[in-house]
Design a protein around this ligand. Structure first.
Ligand code: ASP
Ligand code: MG
Length: 407
């Protein structure tokens, strides 16, 4: 019998009524002659609510206890969905992370899955049960509860699908699939029928909030077929597929944006070996993720150094950088939290020249100033003033996706 893993996100299990709808869909899948393992997120908003409770007690909650708390969200939805299935007369059983034994490392809040003991799941399936597994959580070697980072139930689902060698991992969400850009900004955004893993990773890391990046990496590594689709319709969604050289690839598959970063600049840093290390080590130790970094030495023996960090961390980052700046005798520190990163992503860029130039021309024509640029083989990102985000996204989508024939 084919085995299907279905993952339902927070909105899909956001109310008891919706949980009943999910139960019906799971049932239809089973009646279609499949074994079904369901992975669920917490009900929409629950994880944030729990996190806020912890923050009422402490600015920096103890990480172990915070993970115990956050894992509770998925415990609730897992039990409710199992109850819903039972009330339809189905045999179903819930499992928490430690019961399956999803073993992770001990990095609380961003743990990585090391192994999954699929035996208990397989036994329950063999008994004819539908298996419901709590996403987002695991246990470390010492049985401490861990969580996989925000959006982590995507990763739970793909990892379980890999461990069980499932036919497909269906990720059910509140949109029809992966779009060429955010339809809320750009009404001409289109659903993609398929997207390559590498494009999805770039899109997720530049602002598309569809899948946790780690889940895409796992799908790629273990060749898990992933289908991202809506739990509110029957329409086919977007398939994550392996890159196929023979397939006709478009130049740009998606336009993304991210308003969650802030830009920090150190002015006139002496141009000596070791200074970048001195600047970034304290930031790394504070667990702040630096995204773009730009440095360019000038003839006077100093260099300005600009980088971006998550907005949520920028005050902490500035405090650290100001300390370093005075030690190394930089001229000063400036900060701009009102920036946005706008990116175009597509494997077609590998083989086409002039994509960056075209992007810069399009932005120039609209009078949008580019503050930073960074590229990968299949992505170009620019940092611009936040207030031009929507304009930039529309212009780029229009040129590269809507009218790509006219480029
Ligand atoms: N409930 C967790 C979160 O809100 C995990 C998930 O939804 O995937 O981040
Ligand atoms: Mg999610």
């Amino acid at each position: 019998m084919p085995l299907i893993v279905q993952k339902y996100g927070g909105t899909s299990v956001g109310t008891v009524e919706r949980i009943s709808e999910v139960a019906k869909r799971v049932l239809v899948t089973k009646q279609g002659g499949n074994q079904v393992v369901v992975v669920v997120s917490a009900m929409a908003g629950e994880t944030n609510k729990l996190l806020a409770l912890a923050h009422q007690l402490s600015e920096m909650p103890d990480e172990r206890e915070r993970d115990v708390l956050l894992a509770a969200g998925e415990q609730v939805s897992t039990a409710l969905l199992t109850l819903a299935l039972k009330s339809l007369g189905e045999r179903a059983r819930s499992f928490l992370g430690h019961q399956v034994r999803i073993e992770t490392d001990s990095s609380y809040g961003r743990a990585r899955i090391k192994s999954i003991d699929s035996n208990r799941i397989l036994r329950a399936l063999k008994d004819g049960e539908i298996v419901v597994v709590a996403g987002f959580q695991g246990v470390d070697e010492e049985d401490n509860i861990t969580t996989l980072g925000r959006g982590g139930s995507d990763t739970s689902a793909v990892a379980i699908a890999a461990a069980l060698n499932a036919e497909v991992c269906e990720i059910y969400t509140d949109v029809e699939g992966v779009f060429t850009t955010d339809p809320n900004i750009c009404p001409t955004a289109k659903k993609l029928d398929r997207i390559f893993h590498e494009e999805m990773i770039e899109m997720a890391s530049t602002g598309a909030r569809v899948l946790q990046i780690r889940s895409v990496e796992l799908a790629m590594k273990f060749s898990v077929p992933v289908h991202i689709r809506s739990s509110f319709s029957e329409a086919p969604g977007t398939w994550l597929v392996e890159e196929d050289q023979a397939m006709d690839s478009v130049l740009v598959s998606g336009v993304t944006y991210d308003k969650n970063e802030a830009k920090i600049t150190l002015l006139k840093v002496p141009d000596r070996p070791g200074l970048a290390a001195q600047i970034f080590s304290p930031i790394a130790e504070a667990n702040i993720v630096v995204d773009m970094i730009i440095q360019n030495a000038s003839e006077d023996g100093t260099t300005d150094l600009t980088f971006t960090v998550p907005k949520a961390d920028y005050k902490k980052a500035i405090a650290l950088v100001e300390k370093t700046a005075s030690v190394i005798q930089a001229k000063g520190v400036t900060v701009d939290p009102n920036i946005a990163k706008v990116s175009i992503v597509g494997v077609g860029m590998r083989t086409h020249a002039g994509v960056a130039a075209k992007m810069f021309q399009l932005l120039a024509r609209e009078g949008v100033n580019i503050e930073m640029i960074s590229t990968s083989e299949i992505k170009i990102s620019v940092v611009i003033d936040e207030k031009y985000t929507e304009l930039a996204v529309r212009v780029l989508h229009d040129a590269f996706i809507e009218n790509q024939g006219n480029l």
